[in-house]
Design a protein around this ligand. Sequence first.
Ligand code: GLC
Length: 740
Amino acid sequence: MKQEQVLELLKQMTLGEKVGQLIQVLGEDFLRDNVDITTGPLRELNLSNEDLYNVGSILNVVGSENIRKIQDEYLAKNRLKIPLLFMADIINGYKTVLPIPIAQGCSWDTNIVYDCAKLSIEEGKVAGANVNFSPMVDLVRDARWGRVMESIGAEDPYLGEVFAKTIVQAYQGKDELNSKNVAACVKHFAAYGAVEAGRDYNTVDMSEREFRQYYLPAYKSAIDSGAKMIMTSFNTVNGIPSSVNKWLLRDLLRKELGFKGIIISDFSAIEETIAHGVSIDSKDAAYKAITAGVDIDMMSRAYSNNLKNLVKEGKVSEELLDESVLRVLQLKNELGLFENPYGNANAEAEKRILMSKENLNKARKLTADTLVLLKNENNILPLKKCNKIALIGPYADNIGILGSWSIFSEGVKIPTLKETFENKVGKDNILYSKGSEILKEKDINRILLADGKKPIHLENEEENEKKYVKEAIETAKNSDIIILAIGEHYKQSGEACSRANIEIPRIQQNLLNELSKLNKKIVAIVFSGRPLVLKDISEKVNAVLEVWFPGVEGANAITDVIFGDINPSAKLTMSFPQDAGQCPIYYNHYNTGRPQRGDFRFVSRYQDIPTESYYPFGYGLSYSKFIYSDLKISNKKMSKDSKIIVAVKVKNDSNVEGAEVVELYIQDLVASVVRPVRELKAFTKVHLSAFEEKTIEFEITVEMLKFWNEKLEYKAESGKFKIFVGTNSKDTLEEVFEYE
Ligand code: GLC
């Protein structure tokens, strides 16, 4: 439709129809034969049947058959034939589930991140999704928070900016959004990753300077890349919950950042402002949210129960309401839904591409580049194929490796490590033993009960625990090497999965303690949605491969790396702590007035554990051996109109070709506010053949030196700077220069 037709449509709408466009409900109720508004979540919303056929969008129902059924029924009952918008959480894959976002970010490769996002959205769109609740770009520093698994940039603002843009472009295309694309909804605005103590939905409080320096850049990058929607977060920002925060939404988002898209609240977040203690009741919450600028109320009663009255009572102007409604109608129009209400839903395409061989092959290659090799003593990896391998542990023959946002792929058939190892080296060379459960019954039931699921009962749990260990010991005795597949349960990370103890479950540590008495070589494959405390594991094994939750092709990709068909190149985007007590811990910290020096007592340190992380940001090993040398800078001084060319030689001093992520950091040595000991400012992945050496160059510009100062100006200040170039955030070559 033309813009004037959209405006004409708005004029024809009744107040009830306008309010309807600003309401989003779960789609599952539309799937029932007669939509049942008397039970389930819809009952809570007090929606009448008439209301229901005026809601603007539904979430998390897709599948071309469902889309057609729901849309047909809806349009038959919607007076003005305004199509429904279908939104979904296709976070790391629709049917072909890919590695969780934090893993994808560990590729340090925009091509990998783009290809993952593209594969996900191509499947999601033929299933009928019009909007994807992605990318999640929250900066994260606390591994106790379960949602670090979703963060594409994790601990670093620059990675967040780069990958936010990459994903938005993968979903929406690099030009104007059209009907062949899917709209991106960047989330969660804002600073949700900074919840105190890593406890989900907890308070967030920080200076505006800190917020602008670290948390804002990735959201801004998504907006500047054209993201059509943004989701408000559950938390407070400067004492006011995001969904009713005028400064955040009107002054910063709309005015300063120029965001013209739709603002949608997170699930029930508007009414949660009552619990926060800033709204008296649902009506007050609705008033505060619409005046703060939230367009769509996701699954709370605030808008459905109050907006009409607020307008009738003159408390909310119809013009204000119209602004929100128009944004919703415009997005539907940009997506071509008025002409084709089914969007890209296509049953034939679903059959052809969902988990197609082509997509699975792509997934396998993409996944390998997200696996981080953390330890490889005496190059025990890659394995020689002739070994008798004891494959032991609860993840050795387990398909629960898709992560917590695999809601559209439950029940898909995927290979397990046992199968892919056997395919690789023959059944006779793989001696399998379960070794242990992932968790004890009481721990898994705590998770299931919180999910509203029935508890399980592990028959003879104690005896079986001993039996599994005994069998594992016997199996291991007949092997040349032990591959131990361990990790946290996939339901221990994700939303509402904060944990105070972020070690490998005790039951699995007991298994390792017994196996380590055999004095055999052990390789640990670790499945997790977050950085875990791996100290006690790593000290007992010869190699550690962090595989996160690697998705449907995870077992194949892990096998490709373990046996050397693929040389690992991934690097951590989040620090692995020595102990949960260190959290939040991050590489770009301030020096403090008492940085650690030796064992001197009166410095910023812990008495009982080391201060630095166990595995640092940017760290990851390869089967190749990369040597850095000859760091040179083109000039020792630079001004605002000049730049510095940084050159460094990187040699692959091995006979194994491989890829190396070269990282460049800068430290502002003296400034008007404290500045981090180093900040990532550039990176590149270089492919080197055996014994090949390349010179890698970076440009340093004044843009890289800018920061938010005390007056909240974004400027560079003259003075001395340090450059660090290397293989991670610690092992670097250094140079200094002066900015005048
Ligand atoms: C959830 C999550 C958000 C998700 C939304 C819709 O509560 O916080 O990330 O997109 O609800 O499922």
